[in-house]
Design a protein around this ligand. Structure first.
Ligand code: NDP
Length: 451
């Protein structure tokens, strides 16, 4: 069987990648294991040289990588360039900080000497999605490799050109063959991979369904798993908010990556006093968004990564409209393109409220006051993050520990940053990526006690 990369903007085939046979997969696992024995002995400084070189290669070849991203999954080219730059940042960040994060910690006890070390685990399997085909992989790979682990990537089957570039980058940067390999396999092979003793842990970014399946396979094999799944972040606008700023950032928070981001704002909750002003300004800005060829510099909205994803979105919107949602703008689909859409008169049982909408669709909900705003925000199975727009920082701080999400942002959109932990609660998954916390997920925290 061969996997095909298809440009979702024009349905043209870009490339075809033959699947690795079972024996090829086994040989790659053996190579990962062998390389781990060597790679773990490299000093942090030597591993940092590889990561810094990878960062340099990303920047040198920015245009080539950005083009592959946009061609394979349809995001506007300007956003693909930004994605590649962010990958360089995360490589540099861990190159600089890994040694400090993982340096042994001395703890005084009644022993002569006691301390904790943070040691690599071995081969870590990463099952990654197509929405940020470079970033999702680099935010796993940079801390994992710096910790002395080796990486095995099973990328989404529609972005295998991106996967190849990434594997090539690490090789060219000087990582030993086997430190980072990408497996050309369908997700049906994951069970066998997780049963193999060489694979020590797994991380997955993707849908709830894929997450549940991988977590149960990991559990069966007593292996650690980390899940970064969907979200339905609330974007709350309180009556004292700077409305112009909330509109400007709200449009970015929802429409970036053509709406295909786990941390995108997906439920807009606006206090009634400022509701009309917010809705009017928001719709005006959405109307001005320029849809077009993802390869064009001026496009702000591209296409969804696959036509079936646009079909799912259309179904969610159409069903919500049947249930009473009002369309202020949008609701048109053409192939993988879905027009930026704004809906009002939303109830909590509609798909656009209850489910994750992975595309350019904005439901706006009117609430009485701050109390109701947080109640509506909490009415979700997901827990990635929340954005709140207000000038009253004392009031908003009282809500921080009442919201069970993985992130609470005030006056900005929820975003990932190498310096800050990233991850969710509830059906958004568990575990953290990025920062020191993310690096700790795939290390053996070893207690040393010498009497
Ligand atoms: P999937 O979750 O199916 O794909 C993500 C990754 O998981 C891919 O590498 C995929 O491989 C793999 N995968 C799929 N099913 C399984 C499984 N049973 N066991 C192990 N791995 C699996 O996402 P879709 O592409 O189907 O998108 C569907 C929805 O998922 C989106 O609309 C969105 O709601 C959510 N999603 C969330 C993302 C996030 O950032 N949190 C990212 C992507 C999707 P393969 O390509 O071979 O199927």
């Amino acid at each position: 069987m061969a996997f095909k990369s298809i440009n979702p903007y024009n349905n043209k085939e870009l490339a075809s990648f033959p699947e690795h046979s079972t024996s090829e997969q086994e040989a790659m696992l053996k190579k990962a294991d062998k390389t781990f024995a060597e790679w773990r002995t490299w000093s942090f400084a030597d591993r940092a040289k590889v990561l810094n070189k990878a960062a340099a290669l990303l920047l040198e070849n920015l245009e080539k990588y950005a083009e592959t991203i946009s061609l394979e999954m349809g995001k506007p080219i300007s956003e693909s360039r930004a994605e590649v730059k962010k990958c360089a940042w995360v490589c540099e960040y861990y190159a600089e900080n890994a040694e400090t994060f993982l340096s042994p910690k001395s703890i005084s006890t009644d022993a002569h000497e006691s301390y904790v070390t943070y040691e690599p685990m071995g081969a870590i399997l990463a099952i990654m999605p197509w929405n940020f085909p470079f970033w999702q992989v680099f935010r796993f790979a940079a801390p994992t490799l710096m910790a002395g682990n080796v990486g095995l990537l099973k990328h989404a089957s529609n972005v295998l050109g991106s996967a190849k570039h990434i594997a090539d980058i690490f090789l060219e940067a000087g990582a030993p063959e086997g430190a980072f390999q990408h497996l050309l396999v369908s997700h049906g092979s994951i069970e066998t991979l997780l049963e193999n003793d060489i694979v020590k842990a797994v991380t997955l970014t993707g849908s709830e369904k894929a997450g549940a399946s991988v977590a149960s396979l990991a559990g069966k094999n007593i292996k650690k798993s980390l899940l970064e799944l969907g979200g339905s972040n609330a974007f709350v606008v309180l009556e004292d908010a700077d409305i112009d700023k909330a509109i400007e950032i709200g449009v970015k928070a929802r429409f970036m990556n053509t709406g295909q981001s786990c941390i995108a704002a997906k439920r807009f909750i606006v206090v009634e006093k400022v509701y009309d002003k917010f809705v009017e300004g928001f719709v005006k800005k959405v109307k001005a968004l320029k849809s077009g060829d993802p390869m064009s510099d001026s496009s702000e909205i591209g296409v969804l990564a696959r036509e079936d994803l646009a079909d799912i979105l259309a179904e969610q919107v159409d069903k919500s409209v049947e249930m009473g949602a009002k369309v202020l703008i949008g609701q048109k689909q053409k192939g993988a393109y879905y027009e930026p859409t704004v809906l009002t008169d939303i109830s909590a049982d509609m798909p656009v409220f209850k489910e994750e909408t992975f595309g350019p669709v904005t439901p706006i909900i009117k609430v009485k006051d701050v109390k109701e705003a947080f109640e509506v925000a909490a009415n979700t199975e997901f827990g990635l993050g929340i954005s709140v727009f207000t000038q009253d920082l004392n009031q908003v701080k009282k809500y921080i520990n009442l919201v069970p999400d993985g992130a609470f942002f005030v006056n900005d959109l929820v975003k990932s940053d190498p310096r800050l932990p990233f991850g969710g609660t509830k059906k958004s998954g568990y575990g953290r990526e990025l920062s020191r916390d993310g690096m700790m997920e795939f290390v053996n925290v070893k207690t040393v006690y010498i009497q």
